[in-house]
Design a protein around this ligand. Sequence first.
Ligand SMILES: Nc1ncnc2c1ncn2[C@@H]1O[C@H](COP(=O)(O)OP(=O)(O)OP(=O)(O)O)[C@@H](O)[C@H]1O
Ligand SMILES: Nc1ncnc2c1ncn2[C@@H]1O[C@H](COP(=O)(O)OP(=O)(O)OP(=O)(O)O)[C@@H](O)[C@H]1O
Ligand SMILES: [Mg+2]
Ligand SMILES: [Mg+2]
Lengths: 467, 467
Amino acid sequence: SEQFQELNVADFFYKNKDLVGFDSPHKATYMIVRELVENSLDACDGHKILPDVRVTLSKVEGDGGQERYHIKIVDNGIGVPLEAVPYAFGKVLFGSKYSMRQNRGTFGLGGKMSILYGQITANSRVTITTSQGGSKVYTFELSTDIRTNTPVIYRRDEADNKSHFRGVKIEFDFEGDYGKARDKIIEYFYETAMILPYAQLTFIDPNGTLLFYPRITEKMPTPPVETQPHPHGVDLELLKRMMAANPHTSLQVFLSKNFQRVGERTAKAFLKSNGFDPHMEVSQLSTKQLTKLVTALREYPDFLPPDPSCLSPIGEELLREGIKRLLSPEHVVVTTRPARAYEGNPFIVEVGIAYGGAIMPPDKPGKVQLYRFANKIPLLYDEYSDVSMAVIQNINWNQYKVKLDEAPIAFITHICSTKVPYKTAGKEYVAARPEVEREIDLAIKQAARELRVQLSRMEKAEYRERR
Amino acid sequence: SEQFQELNVADFFYKNKDLVGFDSPHKATYMIVRELVENSLDACDGHKILPDVRVTLSKVEGDGGQERYHIKIVDNGIGVPLEAVPYAFGKVLFGSKYSMRQNRGTFGLGGKMSILYGQITANSRVTITTSQGGSKVYTFELSTDIRTNTPVIYRRDEADNKSHFRGVKIEFDFEGDYGKARDKIIEYFYETAMILPYAQLTFIDPNGTLLFYPRITEKMPTPPVETQPHPHGVDLELLKRMMAANPHTSLQVFLSKNFQRVGERTAKAFLKSNGFDPHMEVSQLSTKQLTKLVTALREYPDFLPPDPSCLSPIGEELLREGIKRLLSPEHVVVTTRPARAYEGNPFIVEVGIAYGGAIMPPDKPGKVQLYRFANKIPLLYDEYSDVSMAVIQNINWNQYKVKLDEAPIAFITHICSTKVPYKTAGKEYVAARPEVEREIDLAIKQAARELRVQLSRMEKAEYRERR
Ligand SMILES: Nc1ncnc2c1ncn2[C@@H]1O[C@H](COP(=O)(O)OP(=O)(O)OP(=O)(O)O)[C@@H](O)[C@H]1O
Ligand SMILES: Nc1ncnc2c1ncn2[C@@H]1O[C@H](COP(=O)(O)OP(=O)(O)OP(=O)(O)O)[C@@H](O)[C@H]1O
Ligand SMILES: [Mg+2]
Ligand SMILES: [Mg+2]
């Protein structure tokens, strides 16, 4: 007969680490570096701090078998408040990225899975040193009790912040495979530097190699601002939670206070046109009226599209500069689509096409040079499953005078959103949400048209020269 | 500044339902049918019960907007014990499939996500009727409190089991899109019937169409038996938990009692050759010795390979019959690989190649006809990301005298394991674990060689005829 069991969420992800991208020692090595770097970058550019992130990966004595490494990462971000430290690093599904604004982090899982991997493979505790720039610096030594999903604190020290440190330092051991992961890790830093010219990145690898990307500008984009849900993204659960918080508000005030792009006048017009009394108290709505309201909100065409101030695109100038620096092409075309939404989640698509110069034609048919980014994170896995690749492969390139199998062409795509539709909890690639797919398609075609103009202009010039 | 928050696991999956495969109304419609059918089939063939599963999907009045459906599924499985019902259907990460044997279910999530989808989109409660064949039948009306991940019981009735019902009946409403999901749902039943000739499947769709697959044999494979972990799959967390349960056992007895394929003699030989005292009490091991023990267990070459009695392959005869019935080919070749393991998880790969007859060549280059199964579940999504497709596309088919783009050929793959390395929590496709990839590769090549023999035999016969 069946044995019933409740699984704690930390236990679930420990047993199913494949679902979070930790499915082999080399992949785990990559994931650990990227998850920690992404946390550090969020702590910097999410707070208008010019990032300075330093990672050291060194080989240490193992038990034989898998190779063992020590990772150390230091950043100059906003640090973590004292009381949150054990949970931020020791409790799965705990974090500060559950808000409605663009962040690299989103699940409350990545940093913990990295630390947990060290705990399971190398019996390593994690040492966290942090300060928020105050007079004190705190150091914790932690691990996670997987079966109860609670942090275990072995040590907690407080010291005077003599060096005025602000940020986070994390250290732990884990078993991995840097040899196999190296190319991807180097690529990850390279592509991150490409789109973040305001960041200083330092990586010292187990071979003693120093990878250093200096800051080349002090100009930083405005950090995104938290926003409210858009009515097109509402569902019954969300509406019920909002109403539970404000049961005695009138419908009209309730809508205007809880949703973006809904002022009192818009709320009134919406309610009247859908047969609701604007002055009715929300707690008075019957269940039938609730579901009717959800459908009406999702379908009402006259709400303004979502407010993009919760987003932070790379920007055309920075993207163009980054592509030139990374790929040394002869031609660069960059396109930004207007802000759209899928299920009420605002998103912006930015695309670049680079042509000629140092770019080589593909080495075999069917191969496409594509650099993918999501919320300023380089995506280096599963490219042939990604929506951007599918879009590029489905375009009829003849009409742009491009032979995809022979042209010295490279594509760059960036999707930024309050909720990137990742297919996996390891953020490996982006699912083909119709609204997102459409914007990537339009952006690539727009850029392709512009490229064709540039190429034919150049052909004409060369033609005249030869005559 | 950052706002810290703890997210309940039900809330996490509600907000990230894309990660569980519920990323659009038509996909959700498919997922709901498959998750419920898989639960019913597990409740039958996991207990040597000839399955009789009946699904009815009907259209009901919605609020306008998305189409609304009512789903009803009835099975003749073992039913659910009374005290477990609210949790089995109302608590995320609760189930009976966390054991070390082959089941369709594995995460403790699928049925709940389906029911939750109905709750969120149609404000629907779920009605569960069950009996384990006793004198009583129980009916529950439930929903899930997402923020606390606890079931909410609205109604609980008990009645005399006059009709001697044994099994489960589930009913709820949800918003979906059957029009778009129909082809995949029909295919799902078709392929399930192909490999389960002992199952009776009934599906009545919203158009009133009846899909009926009668049982065509009463022969059923032996249900898999729960086994213990294999030493090659141990990690520190697992070892610590085993030791916490038996702190005063000697190392030798501890290993032989807690692992499969480790008798006391093997344990003694292993311990001595790795410098451990077989009579030492497990609680006496230092942390350093613990990690050394883990590595030694994972690497010791002289443990027998995992015991496959925890697995239940389709079987060559049943697979051959099913392929013939489904595809009406001229030639069928079927291969079973020996039981192997990845990370201590036993798995078996079964492969079929069907050629000629009713099978058509691909309608465009690069397309491959592939039917994938994992733990007897048909996989109908993301085929070009799946390990089986990658293996087939990477084989040099010239040496088997097959032109993949022109041949009337179809492939069938089945991977069964105590833990199928799914890439996503929606079980959409299988990741390319090296050990699994290798077995699929060897199986396909073995079948291809056999096919070539059959084809050249036929060519010779035809040649002789023509002379
Ligand atoms: N270097 C850091 N500086 C400041 N805060 C940090 C740092 N690293 C982690 N944190 C805090 O710890 C939280 C948890 O991090 P974790 O990586 O586990 O999840 P996340 O980043 O929120 O989401 P994701 O799983 O998508 O990465 C973060 O939300 C952040 O508040
Ligand atoms: N039709 C059924 N008959 C008997 N037991 C059932 C049935 N449906 C669900 N259950 C029980 O409820 C549990 C939870 O089901 P659920 O689908 O949520 O998770 P699971 O099947 O264990 O794993 P997965 O998420 O992989 O499907 C099952 O493990 C099983 O014990
Ligand atoms: Mg993170
Ligand atoms: Mg299930």
